[in-house]
Design a protein around this ligand. Structure first.
Ligand code: GLY
Length: 378
């Protein structure tokens, strides 16, 4: 590797950028992570469900394999992160129960279960009584469900705080700023980044991990980062820690409820094409509460403690965009859409392998930016 390629700038300090920065710094390269508000963007607005099986979608088989691989690597990733940072990431092996509210939901869950079984996923169909034996707070009216015992959760905010600490302890530098342009030299290789305050930062490699803002950086080929913001609103409720609403992640087809282990539950989330708007609306709060109380009536008694809106980086095919671009030294890791927290370990390891050793792992090969070469609408 040319000496200058050892100076890496990571654009974006969310879970993806921080985990990449941590991994690359741990491999001995010089890393600067640039973000004006590291750790407080979309990663802090997520719910932290790690649910490849219960959130499997028809037609997304390649993405399912990546999601499963990342879920499998979570325990080891968290252990290493906690060792390095000295902080808990709030990983909970809780499982997920998806419930049907009526017979239409029931029919959809049967189709989902067929898809899950066809892909060898560990998901079991349960009757209503069996669901309520597992989770007594569920409404008596629910019509059965699917238990995904391997779908867990992480406290995404604790994860990000631990990643910030791990970055610092591994020698990565955090720079408070905003990258406006990636510059390349005559040879077509990355040479520096420009910041909004006029500073220029020389570097030999750049990783763009700026979520839905990745497409607004000059010098990054637009077809490599066809991302758009997809708004998600989420609420936090709080009850007594000793009397949790549920011990598993609970979801219906419309809402999910993720416990934090301290009496708080995150309930989410809307999926809205609203550009960069992050207003929390009364209608969304109403719908989230209504849908939650329908399956977990006891939620009505909890305190509403926080409302949040974040922006997922959506891509044209809902899959992440991870890999080298046509510009030498420029890598992208964005477009994680609804799976940013879940895909953090696999993205970090694959991008570190690419930046440090120049190798594209088989896992991320289908997700390179070249698949959009014919245009962002493909
Ligand atoms: N993965 C959950 C969400 O994006 O709302």
């Amino acid at each position: 590797m040319a000496p200058e390629a050892r100076d890496v700038v990571v654009v974006g300090g969310g879970a993806i950028g921080l985990s990449i920065g941590w991994r690359i710094a741990a491999a001995g390269l010089t890393v600067t992570i640039v973000d004006a508000a590291a750790g407080s963007g979309s990663s802090a607005a997520a719910a932290g469900m790690l649910a490849p099986a219960s959130e499997a979608h028809f037609g997304e088989t390649t993405l399912l394999a990546l999601n499963l691989a990342s879920a499998e690597s979570y325990p080891a990733f968290v252990e290493e992160l906690e060792d390095t940072s000295g902080l808990s990431a709030g990983y909970r092996r809780c499982g997920t129960l998806v419930v049907a509210r009526h017979s239409d939901d029931g029919a959809q869950l049967i189709r989902l279960h067929d898809f899950q079984k066809a892909h060898g996923l560990d998901v079991k169909r349960l009757r209503s009584r069996e669901c309520r034996e597992l989770e007594p707070a569920l409404a008596p009216s629910i019509r059965g469900g699917l238990l995904a015992s391997g779908d867990h959760a992480v406290d995404n905010r604790m994860l990000v705080v631990a990643l910030l600490e791990a970055c610092t302890r591994s020698g990565a530098r955090l720079h408070d700023g905003r990258v406006t342009e990636v510059r390349s030299g005559d040879g077509g290789r990355v040479t520096s980044v420009d910041l909004a305050d006029g500073e220029s930062m020389p570097c030999g490699a750049v990783v763009v991990a700026a979520g839905c803002w990745s497409g607004s950086i000059e010098g990054v080929p637009p077809e490599s980062v066809p991302v758009r913001p997809v708004k998600g609103q989420l609420l936090y409720l709080r009850g007594p820690a000793e009397l949790p609403l549920a011990s598993r992640n609970i979801r219906s087809l419309d809402v999910y409820v993720v416990g934090r282990g301290d009496g708080r539950v995150a309930i989410g989330a809307t999926v809205e094409e609203m550009g960069f708007d992050t207003t929390v609306t009364a209608g969304a709060a109403h719908a989230l509460l209504r849908d939650t109380i329908e399956i977990l009536p006891g939620a009505a008694e909890l305190e509403l403690v926080e409302t949040v809106a974040g922006l997922r980086p959506g891509s044209p095919d809902n899959a992440p965009i991870i890999g080298a671009t046509e510009i030498e030294g420029l890598t992208v890791a964005t477009g994680h859409y609804r799976n940013g927290i879940l895909l953090t370990p696999v993205t970090a390891d694959a991008v570190a392998e690419l930046v440090v050793n120049g190798k594209t792992s088989d896992l991320i090969a289908p997700f390179g930016p070249a698949r959009f070469a014919a245009g962002p609408g493909t």
